[in-house]
Design a protein around this ligand. Structure first.
Ligand code: 13P
Length: 241
């Protein structure tokens, strides 16, 4: 059975104090979620240590937003798997479109980061998705198939989550129709050797549209940006109906 995984991607939001305030409020609101469901908070690096201590013994898992493929070296601004392992992180977001767009991640570096995450025993959340121009040009399927093919070279599909995040739906309020997200996620699944990989949808998920999104048969969870910044709204998303 595929796991339901609801993850918040805080991006570059929340200092340490704000992160801990969130955790305190959020913890009590998500105690009774279903057993087959994982809840993940992907926080900035500076919040991870304090959050890890605070989440100890709770069922909320911790995620980072990047990982380098080397264990150490002259890579200013990057972070390694051994550094993250010391903190006690469970998940790593890899290949988010913001990393690809603004920080030069390519399909090849995304592949290296994915493999590094797995080597350290983390579960990577691989993000794929098309731009508005690519969608309008009818290239969605091809773009996603190519991303998967190149990103997943030698990647272990038994320890992997994928997020379909159409770039035009991120932070725009312009959610992808749930039936269309379901269709594309079905195409993603067809490309995989392991059909039990959990595949999330991400892009303007909020308290109003989450129930409809989660009702789709191919969609196994959500990767939530803006609406994960408030404990009450993210708790409502986790407790979708
Ligand atoms: P929003 O939910 O703010 O659209 O962000 C989605 C996202 O990029 C999650 O990784």
């Amino acid at each position: 059975m595929r796991k339901v995984i609801i993850a918040g991607n805080w991006k570059m939001h929340k200092n340490q104090a704000e992160s801990l305030t969130f955790v305190q409020e959020f913890k009590s609101e998500v105690e009774d979620t279903q057993e087959n469901q994982e809840i993940v908070l992907c926080a900035p690096f500076t919040s991870l240590t304090a959050m890890s201590k605070n989440l100890h013994g709770s069922r909320i898992m911790l995620g980072a937003q990047n990982i380098h493929w080397s264990d150490e070296g002259a890579y200013t601004g990057e972070i390694s798997g051994s550094m993250l392992a010391e903190i006690g992180v469970d998940y790593i977001i890899v290949g988010h479109s913001e990393r690809r767009q603004y920080f030069g991640d390519t399909d090849q570096t995304v592949n290296l980061r994915l493999k590094a995450a797995q080597q350290y025993g983390f579960k990577p959340i691989l993000c794929v998705g098309e731009t508005k121009e690519q969608r309008d040009a009818g290239e969605t399927e091809q773009i996603i198939i190519t991303q998967l093919k190149e990103n997943l070279v030698e990647v272990d599909q038994s320890n992997l989550v994928i997020a379909y995040e159409p770039i035009w739906a991120i932070g725009t309020g312009d959610t992808c129709e749930s039936s269309e997200a379901n269709r594309v996620i079905g195409i993603i699944r067809q490309q995989l050797d392991n059909k039990n990989v959990s595949i999330q949808y991400g892009g303007s998920v909020n308290t109003k549209n989450v129930d409809e999104i989660m009702a789709q048969p191919e969609i196994d969870g959500t990767l939530v940006g803006g609406a994960s910044l408030s404990a009450s709204s993210f708790a409502r998303i986790v407790n979708y109906q």
